[in-house]
Design a protein. Sequence first.
Length: 118
Amino acid sequence: VQLQASGGGLVQAGGSLRLSCAASGRTFSVSTMGWFRQAPRKAREFVASINWSGAGTDYADSVKGRFSISRDNAENTVYLQVNSLKPEDTAVYYCAGKRTFGTTWDYWGQGTQVTVSS
């Protein structure tokens, strides 16, 4: 399974972006999808996740109410709508996936840079 993240960019504080993660290959083996981010000199952190049906989502406290994760299984794509961006949201955003019935994040994309200016 290959994951390709896109949609990052430079925005002003308060702005919005829509990140996309396109999956290819053995996509039927992937269930839960998620987004993580890593800021300079900081550890990678969980941002959001969504189960296969889309009915179950989870968010980091720092992004609740501002970010929204969704997926289109027909297009094998997961989205992260990021609104009300803050400078502290600046990071490389990575998409990830779990195997069906898996508990670990087995698949990772290459990351897309989000930079928020104050």
